[in-house]
Write a protein that binds this ligand. Sequence first.
Ligand SMILES: [Zn+2]
Length: 188
Amino acid sequence: MKFCSHCGSAALEQRIPEGDTLPRWVCASCGTIHYQNPKVVVGCLPDWQGRVLLCRRAIDPRRGLWTLPAGFLENGETLVTGAARETAEEAGARVEVGELYTVISLPQINQVYVMFRARLLDLGFEPGTESLEVRLFEEQAVPWNELAFRTIARTLRLYFLDRKLGGFPVHVSALERRAPRPELSGAA
Ligand SMILES: [Zn+2]
């Protein structure tokens, strides 16, 4: 942060405000405390007769890799409308957003993924400006080595596993920073 978004002053300092427990950017000029909190990424897993809809990213990061439709929740939006909007934008697809499925915290990058199951309503999908390609995949055809994000890989793996088990409970989990490679840390 360079300038106070309230008064425009550059006199920002990081300190723990009275009664608080963490350092915040505080404007020395107007006293505004600038809280910074995680962002919510919302999306869904659209299913069509057992096949899942994936988008190949046309934008960085991870351009060219595959993902489920997902993106940052907007102000004034609910999780369900956000998931449907992202699916329309990235995949040109109409879905009925269903049950909550995975909630994945990413504390290192200050994001929380919230993914729903969804039913694709028709086959009239087409890539939006953020996608190169949109396709339905059978489980065996999912490009596991070309998935853009670990959150997406985890959601898909759970989905195919739960489908075999016959139920879709909500999975709440976290993805921490990757463990250091053994040859770098000296561990076995
Ligand atoms: Zn200020």
